[in-house]
Ligand binder design. Structure first.
Ligand SMILES: Nc1ncnc2c1ncn2[C@@H]1O[C@H](COP(=O)(O)OP(=O)(O)OP(=O)(O)O)[C@@H](O)[C@H]1O
Ligand SMILES: [Mg+2]
Length: 299
């Protein structure tokens, strides 16, 4: 993995890779995502943040054909995406999952090979008959898979079972598997969840290196330092709606974002009445004959 170009914004941004327009997702009476517009351009790393339950993963699911949005449209490089996961992957969008989804009893290498199936031209009969075309394609696939494992730093563990990898390495393997479909856009759902600080820094470098390979990245993460170090642009989802979008400085300085995370006290919030009652009682308290020295009403 190269680390010499791992600074933010070194690659010029270009064409629009992802264009989500008015995406809404309802589950019965619950609107999990409401009228969200978001673009990602080539050369960009875009962050998607928001409190738990804000609709971030649901939005990813709408982008990748796992859910069919109730309203709205998703385009990848000007093509309206078909509502089927494997077709979305074939079109050029790959993803990782918040809850790691690996084939636990397959080796590390086999997991990456599975990720290549949308890119191998050899058909079913060729695979079954195992003719020369199949063997050639298989050799090329293995070579590419090993390259990707080297890229994420897992080549030495190619023959290990996926389930025996430590958690942080399983997340890296998911990234390698996603890259195996040769995407133009990579969606990462909490890639550093459960990682220690060193692993998180290494993942930051890895995402920069992916961007430097010409793959645009859209990343969900709760680790704000990771997001603000990494992203050219950050969008904030709150209760399914996009509240703010801008560069890291703009988003960090926006009071509404802070309020959304901390939970803004609203009018008639529980407790307000009680506070008012206590204040009134204090103000109306009788002369402080038995007040302790140093209390406010002693002055
Ligand atoms: N398949 C589903 N059916 C019903 N409700 C759903 C479904 N998927 C998600 N939701 C609801 O949609 C809302 C958004 O959930 P989502 O998982 O997208 O949030 P999130 O922003 O990814 O949260 P987190 O940061 O905790 O991962 C939640 O209220 C969730 O319960
Ligand atoms: Mg989520």
């Amino acid at each position: 993995m190269t680390t010499d170009t791992t600074t933010k914004g070194t690659t010029a941004t270009g064409e629009t890779v992802l264009d989500a327009r008015g995406v809404t997702m309802r589950f019965g009476g619950l609107t999990a995502v409401r009228n969200v517009n978001l673009t990602v351009n080539s050369g960009e790393i875009v962050g998607l943040i928001g409190p738990n339950g804000a609709g971030k993963t649901t939005f990813f699911n709408c982008l990748t054909g796992l859910y069919i949005p109730t309203e709205g449209e998703v385009r990848y490089k000007d093509q309206v995406l078909p509502p089927k996961s494997f077709k979305v992957t074939a079109a050029g969008i790959a993803r990782t999952f918040q809850n790691i989804r690996l084939f636990a009893n397959m080796t590390v290498l086999e997991n990456v090979l599975v990720g290549r199936h949308t890119r191998t031209k050899e058909g079913l009969w060729s695979a079954l008959l195992r003719g020369p075309g199949f063997h050639k394609a298989e050799a090329a696939s293995r070579e590419r898979a090993m390259e990707l494992l080297e890229f994420v730093g897992l080549d030495a563990k190619a023959e290990h079972l996926a389930r025996n990898l430590p958690y942080g390495e399983q997340r890296k393997l998911e990234i390698a598997r996603a890259l195996a479909s040769e995407p133009g856009l990579l969606l990462l759902d909490e890639p550093t969840a459960g990682m220690n600080p060193q692993e998180t820094r290494a993942t930051e470098e890895l995402v920069f290196a992916i961007r430097d390979k010409g793959i645009a990245v859209l990343v969900i993460e709760h680790d704000m330092r990771f997001i603000f170090n990494l992203c050219d642009r950050v969008a904030v989802l709150v209760q399914g709606e996009k509240l703010v979008e801008g560069d890291s400085a703009t988003v960090q300085g926006d009071e509404r974002v802070v309020a959304a995370y901390l939970g803004e006290p609203f009018e008639d919030a529980p407790g307000k009445e009680e506070i008012a009652e206590v204040e009134a009682a204090e103000a109306n308290a009788d002369a402080p004959t038995d007040a302790a020295p140093g209390k406010e009403n002693d002055r």
